[in-house]
Design a protein around this ligand. Structure first.
Ligand code: ADP
Length: 622
């Protein structure tokens, strides 16, 4: 139940719900207002018809008034009295018949005829017609009875001979003071009805007994609008005014709309019709002329007007609603924008907070890194110190090895020389002393090596012609090549190649590499050496020294350039050559690399930066 209520509420809150409700309300109001609006339209239609009614009444009244004095006037003609005096005079009758015919035609009356005091027709305008009145008696007609006693007769009835409805006027024909006959004039009402039929509305004329005797609808002739009393029925029968069998009631229901207008519902032959009606009484004759305006169009108009109004209201409602909806949408959008903005601002705040936190973290991290770096540097420093100590240790081991042996020999030679001098063998003593001198030379050479290693080059680095450096190195190596029988393959480039470096130091590196190559091939009858120079596009120059020796072991590859690393037997190498060469090439801004050749042997490559040829070519840095 609760759920239903809330869903109902939700429906009413929704736009379509509101629209449906509005629609229902407007339709209900429209339906409620329909009778009132209909009444308004009916009254309007009735009022518009009043003029037509007036015209119709005036037309009838005019006709009645026009004919009223005529019977009296016609009756004054002396010939009529003559005929009444001698009714058997056939010639006179014929003459008068014709006269009356012409008169009737001239007046527009249907019939004009002369009755004697017995009510017998002795002359008639319709004497030529089949249903002529001639010879007929009308003593039962009130118009005769009224006139024969000297009055004026007026009467409406269905013609007994003609079977035409008509209004009868009669007046006495006088001879002195005596009524000797009655002259009657009849006019038919068909023409009026014909005229009425052309209009939109119906017109009926009823007599004092509420019997309809004229109507724009033929079927309503002789219908009664109220119940007829037996007296009235008897009178109608006596006077043969209307055909008794046709006097049937027309069921009506009447409701007053205004003073002048009524709503009338007519039920006839099972058909129901609605009208707005107004009526006027023509007092002289006791006729009630009523106009019947069909209610259908007025009702339709009322419905249309109401529908237009309802549609208008709906349209206005819809327009209003769409306006409100648009407003609501705009408000919603603005609200959404505001919410989005709020969210954005919140996010920015959050991000800012995040960033601040990240910043603080970074700062802490930077601080930590800095301390770590300091620690690292300290450790490095300690390591360098330790490395230096290690190098010193290695060096002292190498030195003590290298120097101890000649020292022992020097001591022995010196002892020998002293013994030979004591024994006065100076030549033997000299030989021992000369050996001491050789040992001293060897020790001097060792110390030279050490000096070279320790000395940091003070010379500048500048453009050096590689070809000159190689040529000089080859010249210095000439003696060893000859001694070992080495075959050196070297194709010097055709043009000078300039690199950044120092002439003597580069020469020293090349000699070192050539010596190492020959060392690795010791024992070979014709050790093959290769020397090649290569200048690539990337501003680099490569000098390769290749041999076919035993190559480099993994351990050697890892420590090749460390000072005092050597695989050679004591007295043959200090392990400083490659270390010194490496440092020299680094000083030039280049690189020294070593690798094993595929088919055996090692390849050492000096990579140097290419240099522009100096303006005075040949000028070396050293
Ligand atoms: P040293 O020649 O005094 O031993 P180096 O620094 O010149 O000192 O060489 C270090 C070591 O590198 C050598 O003992 C040797 O084992 C290795 N080495 C150098 N050149 C070659 C080469 N061309 N082939 C094989 N091994 C080499």
């Amino acid at each position: 139940m609760m759920a239903e209520v809330s869903s109902g509420r939700r429906f009413l809150k929704s736009d379509s719900g509101r629209l449906a409700l509005g629609l229902l309300v407007v339709i209900a109001l429209g339906l409620a207002a329909l009778p009132t609006v209909e009444r308004l339209f009916l009254v309007r239609a009735g009022e518009q018809s009043l003029a037509t009614l007036r015209l119709s009444v005036e037309g009838l009244r005019g006709a009645l008034q026009r004919f009223e004095p005529l019977p009296g006037l016609i009756g004054e003609r002396p010939v009529l009295a003559r005929l009444l005096a001698e009714p058997e005079n056939g010639g006179l009758q014929n003459e008068i018949n014709e006269e009356l015919r012409i008169t009737a035609e001239a007046l527009g009356a249907s019939d004009v005829y002369l009755l004697d005091t017995d009510g017998l027709t002795i002359a008639s305008s319709n004497y030529l017609k089949e249903r002529s009145f001639l010879g007929r008696s009308y003593e039962f007609r009130p118009y005769f009875t009224q006139a024969v006693v000297g009055g004026l007769g007026r009467y409406f009835a269905l013609g007994t001979a003609s079977l035409e409805r008509g209004y009868f006027y009669s007046a006495p024909v006088w001879q002195d003071e005596t009524v000797i006959g009655v002259l009657t004039l009849k006019f038919t009402v068909d023409a009026f009805e014909d005229a009425w039929r052309g209009g939109l509305n119906d017109i009926i004329v009823s007599d004092l007994n509420d019997i309809v005797f004229m109507s724009s609808r033929e079927s309503w002739h002789f219908r009664t609008l109220s119940d007829l009393s037996p007296a009235v029925l008897a009178e109608v029968a006596d006077t043969q005014q209307y055909p008794l069998e046709e006097l049937t009631p027309l069921t009506t229901m009447r409701e007053p709309l205004t003073d002048a207008l009524s709503f009338l519902r007519v039920q006839d032959e099972g058909r129901s019709e609605d009208f707005v009606t107004a009526s006027t009484l023509i007092e002289d004759v006791g006729w009630r002329v009523a106009i019947l305006v069909p209610a259908g169009p007025a009702k339709a108009q009322a419905l249309t007007a109401l529908m237009v109004f309802v549609l208008f209201v709906l349209f206005v409602g819809l327009a209003l609603m769409s306006l409100l909806q648009r407003r609501a949408r705009i408000m919603e959008r603005m609200e959404a924008q505001r919410a989005a903005q709020d969210m954005l601002e919140r996010r920015v705040d959050e991000r800012t907070a995040d960033l601040n936190a990240a910043n603080a973290n970074l700062r802490v991290e930077v601080e930590e890194r800095r301390t770590a770096e300091q620690r690292l540097r300290k450790t490095q420093h300690e390591l360098v110190q330790a490395g230096k100590l290690a190098a010193l240790g290695q060096m002292s081991a190498a030195l003590s090895h290298e120097i101890n042996q000649p020292l022992t020999a020097v001591k022995t030679y010196a002892d020998n020389a002293m013994t030979f001098l004591d024994r006065d063998r100076p030549s033997d003593a000299r030989e021992n002393v000369s050996r001491i001198s050789k040992m001293a030379d060897r020790m001097a050479a060792i110390s030279g090596h050490l000096r070279n290693f320790a000395r940091r080059p003070q010379e500048d680095v500048g453009p050096v012609n590689v070809l000159h450096a190689i040529d000089d190195a080859m010249a210095l190596m000439e003696a060893r090549f000859k001694k070992t029988g080495a075959e050196v393959a070297y194709q010097p480039p055709e043009r000078p190649i300039w690199v950044m470096g120092g002439q003597l130091r580069l020469q020293q590196v090349i000699i070192n590499l050539l010596n190492n190559g020959l060392d690795s091939m010791e024992g070979m009858p014709t050790p093959p050496l290769e020397l090649a120079v290569e200048a690539d596009d990337e501003q680099r120059v490569l000098i390769h020294v290749r041999d076919r020796g035993e190559g480099l072991e993994d351990e050697a590859l890892a420590q090749l350039f460390d000072p005092f690393f050597t695989t050679k037997s004591p007295g043959k190498g200090l392990g400083l050559g490659l270390s010194i060469s490496y440092n020299i090439v680094e000083d030039f801004g280049g690189r020294l690399r070593a690798r094993n050749r595929k088919k055996g042997g090692a390849e050492f490559s000096i990579e140097l930066l290419a240099a522009e040829a100096p303006s005075s070519a040949g000028m070396a840095a050293e």
